[in-house]
Design a protein around this ligand. Structure first.
Ligand code: 5AD
Ligand code: SF4
Length: 433
C-alpha cells in the first residue's frame, strides 16, 4: 500500500513539473513515506532524517513526512525530527500544495485531512515501481482492530472503492501494456462497496469473489490480490481462482499464531480450527495454490506451549513462505495496556526457531518446481548477475534465469516458459526452453 501511495505521490509531483531524482543527495526536497506497524520502522525515519541533516556540506533539502507515522504523530514530529512538513495517509494527493505552502514561508505545515473527492488513483508510467505490474487499491483502512495493530488508527476505517472504477482502471492498465495487477488493501476480501454496480453479471457468494470474477473478465493477463483476512476468506474465493486462469495461484493469509488463547488475546476473529478449514479448501484446489502467511512471536503472555502450537500449525500448513515478526508494542493499541512480558531474548529464540522450521517448508515448496516448466513474467535484469533475467511466477515465486534469446530486452514484459533447474533460499533458477 505504501509503495502504491508513493507511486501516486511521485506521479502527482511529476505532473506539477517537479523532477524526481535518483539520489536523495541531489534533491531539493526529500519525502519519506513511512510505516508505523513496528517500532523499528518508525525509528528508521528518525535516523534517516538525522543522516540527511548531518550532511552539512550538501544542500539543505526541505523534508516532508508522509504516511502512517505522519498520520499518528502529526505536529509532534516537529519536536522529534528536523522536518518541514507532515502529510497524513490520505493527504498524499496534496503533496505539491504542502511544498508550495512551505516554500511560501509557512513553517511546519501539517495536513492530516481526508482524501479529496476527485482523488486521482492513476500512476504515471515513469513512476511505476515496475513497468509491467500495476497496483490497484480496492479497499482502504481497517475495521478489525486486532489488539496489537496500529493500522486502524493510521489508515482509518475501511472504505471500498467502487467496482466500476476498479474495473475501469484495470482495463486502462491493460491498454497500457501492464501484464499483472495487484488488487491491494489491508483486507481485500472484506471488500464491500456502497453499490454493487459493475458486478451485476458476476456470480459469487461474497462481493469480493464477484469483484475477482469481474476483474478476471477484463482479460488482464495476471491478477494477484493481497492481503486477505482469515475470517472473511470464504470458499468462493478459491472457486473463483479455480475457474479463472488469470486469477493467480497465490493466497496470502496471515495467521499470526497457532494458539487459540493467543488468537483470542489478539482479537483476530478466527480460531486455529477455522483457519485450517480455509487452508484445506485452498489445498484441495486442482491448481497448486501457493500459501503465504504472517506470524507474530512473543505476544504478551505467549507461553512456550502456545509457541509450540504455532510450530504445529506450520507443520500442518507447510506455507510456501512467511513473514515472522517479533511483537512490538504500539502506543494507543489495546495490547499496549498488556505487559510486554516476553523478553527480547525469548522473542529472538522463538523468531529464529520459527524461521528455521519455516525455511525447511519453503525449500520443500521451491524444490517442487525443479524439473518443471513455469510461466514467468520477465520484469528486470537480475541485480546479482546482469546476464540473468528475473521475474515472478503466477504463485509469486521469484525466478532468475539465463536466456537463449539474442535480445534479452525484447523479453521484458513478456510471460515466457522457463524450465526450473535449481532452487536457493528464496529463489528459483532456470533456463528458457
Ligand atoms: N508487532 C509485530 N508485528 C506486527 N504486525 C502488525 N502489528 C504488529 C506489531 N505490533 C505484523 C502482522 C501483520 C503484518 C503486516 O505486520 O503480522 O500481519
Ligand atoms: Fe492490523 Fe488486524 Fe487490520 Fe490486519 S486486520 S491491518 S493486523 S488490525
Amino acid at each position: 500500500m505504501n509503495v502504491s501511495d508513493s507511486e501516486r505521490a511521485a506521479s502527482s509531483l511529476e505532473s506539477e513539473g517537479y523532477e524526481i531524482v535518483s539520489n536523495e543527495n541531489l534533491a531539493d526536497i526529500v519525502l519519506f513515506n513511512t510505516c508505523s506497524v513496528r517500532e523499528k520502522a518508525e525509528h528508521k525515519l528518525y535516523s534517516k532524517v538525522g543522516k540527511i541533516r548531518s550532511q552539512q556540506n550538501l544542500k539543505k533539502p526541505l523534508i516532508g513526512v508522509l504516511g502512517c507515522v505522519a498520520q499518528l504523530e502529526g505536529e509532534t514530529l516537529f519536536q522529534k525530527s528536523q522536518i518541514d512538513f507532515v502529510l497524513g495517509t490520505k493527504a498524499v494527493g496534496r503533496v505539491s500544495d504542502a511544498i508550495e505552502h512551505v516554500l511560501n514561508g509557512r513553517k511546519h505545515f501539517v495536513d492530516l485531512g481526508e482524501r479529496e473527492e476527485n482523488y486521482d488513483w492513476s500512476v504515471s508510467e515513469t513512476q511505476r515501481n515496475s513497468p509491467y505490474v500495476g497496483f490497484v487499491p480496492i479497499i482502504e483502512g481497517c475495521n478489525k482492530f486486532c489488539t496489537y495493530c496500529i493500522v486502524p488508527f493510521s489508515r482509518g476505517r475501511e472504505k471500498s472503492l467502487p467496482a466500476v472504477q476498479i474495473i475501469q482502471q484495470v482495463l486502462e492498465l491493460r491498454g497500457k501494456g501492464i501484464k499483472e495487477v495487484h488488487l491491494i488493501g489491508q483486507n481485500v476480501n472484506s471488500y464491500r462497496p456502497k453499490t454493487e454496480a459493475g458486478l451485476e453479471k458476476f456470480k459469487g457468494a461474497t462481493t469480493f469473489s464477484r469483484l475477482l470474477r469481474a476483474v478476471a473478465a477484463t482479460g488482464m493477463e495476471r491478477i494477484k490480490f493481497t492481503t486477505s483476512f482469515p475470517r472473511d476468506f470464504h470458499a468462493d474465493i478459491v472457486d473463483a481462482i479455480n475457474e479463472n486462469e488469470n486469477l493467480c495461484n497465490w493466497v496470502h493469509l496471515p495467521v499470526q499464531s497457532g494458539s487459540n488463547d493467543v488468537l483470542k488475546a489478539m482479537r483476530r476473529g478466527h480460531t486455529v480450527e477455522s483457519y485450517l478449514k480455509k487452508i484445506d479448501k485452498v489445498r484441495t484446489s486442482p491448481k497448486r495454490i501457493s500459501l503465504t502467511t504472517d506470524f507474530i512471536v512473543g505476544f504478551p503472555n505467549e507461553t512456550e506451549k502456545d509457541f509450540r502450537e504455532t510450530l504445529k500449525l506450520v507443520e500442518y500448513c507447510q506455507f510456501d513462505s512467511s513473514y515472522v515478526f517479533k511483537y512490538s508494542p504500539r502506543t494507543g493499541t489495546p495490547a499496549f495496556q498488556m505487559i510486554d512480558n516476553i523478553s527480547e531474548k525469548e522473542k529472538t529464540i522463538r523468531f529464529l526457531e520459527l524461521e528455521k522450521i519455516q525455511k525447511i517448508y519453503q525449500q520443500i515448496a521451491l524444490q517442487f518446481y525443479i524439473g518443471k516448466t513455469v510461466e514467468v513474467l520477465v520484469e528486470k535484469f537480475s541485480s546479482k548477475n546482469p546476464k540473468e533475467l528475473s521475474g515472478h511466477t503466477t504463485c509469486n515465486k521469484v525466478v532468475n534465469f539465463e536466456s537463449n534469446f539474442e535480445n534479452n530486452k525484447e523479453l521484458m514484459g513478456k510471460i515466457i516458459k522457463i524450465r526450473v533447474t535449481k532452487s536457493k533460499s528464496n529463489t528459483l533458477y532456470g533456463n528458457t526452453l
